[in-house]
Design a protein around this ligand. Structure first.
Ligand code: NAP
Length: 287
C-alpha cells in the first residue's frame, strides 16, 4: 500500500459482519500496483446505522464504496441516481460520489458474465438452470439475459419465493423467458441443460461437504455442459467436483469476485486497473 499521507483518499466496503471481506486485500493490492494514493477499508455498519453512515461517508469525502450484505437492497433509496442494471437486479453493490450526490450500480452482473464471455458458446441456444433464487441469483438472471439466453430456468425450494421471484421480473425489459421449477424437477432439468449454476450457499462453510445436487442426479449432466458455482471458497466445491467427474467444464466464483471488484475500481479511479494483481491477491489468500 502507498504511504498514507494527508492527501490519501478513502475507498471502502460497508456490510455487517464485514471482518471476513476479501475486498480490502484485492483493492489495496491493485492500488499499490498503480501507485495510487488511496486506501480501501472495511466499515462494519449495522442496518440501523445505515443512514448515519452514508451521511458520514459523504462528509469525510469518501470517493466510493462497495456494498455487501445486509445493505445491498436497503441502500437503494439513498441514491440520487441508480444505473438501469442495478434497478433491474434490485440491488446496489458499488457506489461513487458525484456532484449530484451518490450514484449506485451493480457490478455483480459484469463479474458473473466475465468468465462466460471468453467461452466458445452460442448463448442464444443455451437454456441455463439456476439453483437458488436469492440475491445473487438476481444478478445471474440479468447476466444471462444480457448474454442472450432464450430461457432461464430457476430452481428453488420455496414455491412462494419462487413465484415472487418470477413476478418481480414481469416488467423487466429483456427478451429471455423466465421459468421457475421446484427442486423435485432437477432430474429432468439437469440432463437437458448445458449451463448449470449454483447460487445457493451449499458447499461453503458451514456446508462444506454438501452439494445442491445429489450424486445420482449429477450423473445426468452432459460432459459438454458448464457447471458454474458462485462460491469462491473452497475451490472446488463439492458441486464442481461432481460436475468435473462427469467431464463438464467448471467455473468457480473467484473470477466473479475479481471482476466485480475490478469493475468497481475502474469506476472509482476512471482508469484501467490491474486485474491480474487483484486475482493473484485473492489466489494467495484462498488456496
Ligand atoms: P441468499 O440471498 O441468501 O440466497 C440463497 C439462495 O439459496 C436462496 O434462494 C435460498 O433459498 C437458497 N438455499 C439456501 N439453502 C438451501 C438449501 N439447503 N437447499 C436449496 N436452496 C437453498 O444468498 P446470496 O446473496 O444470493 O448468495 C448466495 C451464494 O452466492 C453465496 O454462497 C455467496 O457467497 C455467493 N456469492 C458469490 C459472489 C461472487 O462474487 N463470487 C457474489 C455474490 C454471492 P430460500 O430463499 O428458500 O432460503
Amino acid at each position: 500500500m502507498s504511504e498514507i499521507t494527508g492527501k490519501t483518499r478513502l475507498l471502502g466496503v460497508i456490510g455487517h459482519p464485514i471482518g471476513h471481506s476479501l475486498s480490502p486485500l484485492m483493492h489495496n493490492a491493485a492500488l499499490t500496483e498503480l501507485g495510487e494514493n488511496y486506501v480501501y477499508v472495511a466499515f462494519p455498519i449495522k442496518p440501523e446505522d445505515l443512514a448515519t453512515a452514508i451521511a458520514g461517508l459523504e462528509s469525510i469525502g469518501v470517493v466510493g464504496f462497495s456494498v455487501t450484505i445486509p445493505h445491498k437492497q436497503t441502500i437503494m433509496p439513498f441514491f440520487s441516481q441508480i444505473t438501469p442494471t442495478a434497478k433491474l437486479v434490485g440491488a446496489v453493490n458499488t457506489v461513487w460520489w458525484t456532484e449530484q450526490g451518490w450514484q449506485g450500480t451493480n457490478t455483480d452482473v459484469e463479474g458473473f458474465v466475465a468468465p462466460l464471455t471468453g467461452l466458445d458458446q452460442d448463448w442464444r441456444k443455451v437454456k441455463p438452470v439456476v439453483l437458488g433464487n436469492g440475491g445473487a441469483a438476481r444478478a445471474v438472471v440479468v447476466g444471462l439475459a444480457q448474454l442472450g439466453c432464450p430461457e432461464i430456468q430457476i430452481v428453488g425450494r420455496n414455491l412462494e419465493k419462487l413465484a415472487a421471484f418470477k413476478n418481480s421480473w414481469s416488467r423487466a425489459d429483456f427478451n429471455s423467458e423466465l421459468s421457475v421449477y421446484p427442486w423435485q424437477t432437477l432430474a429432468e432439468l439437469i440432463p437437458s441443460t448445458t449451463l448449470l449454476i449454483n447460487t445457493t450457499p451449499l458447499g461453503m462453510t458451514p456446508h462444506l461437504d454438501q452439494s445442491p445436487v445429489e450424486e445420482d442426479l449429477m450423473q445426468g449432466l452432459s460432459s459438454s455442459a458448464i457447471a458454474y458455482d458462485l462460491i469462491y471458497t473452497p475451490r472446488p466445491t463439492r458441486f464442481l467436483q461432481q460436475a468435473a467427474d462427469q467431464g463438464a467444464t467448471i467455473i468457480d466464483g473467484l473470477e466473479m469476485l475479481v471482476q466485480q471488484g475490478a469493475a468497481a475500481l475502474r469506476l472509482w479511479l476512471q482508469k484501467p486497473v490491474p486485474v491480474d494483481t487483484m486475482r493473484q491477491a485473492l489466489r494467495d489468500f484462498i488456496p
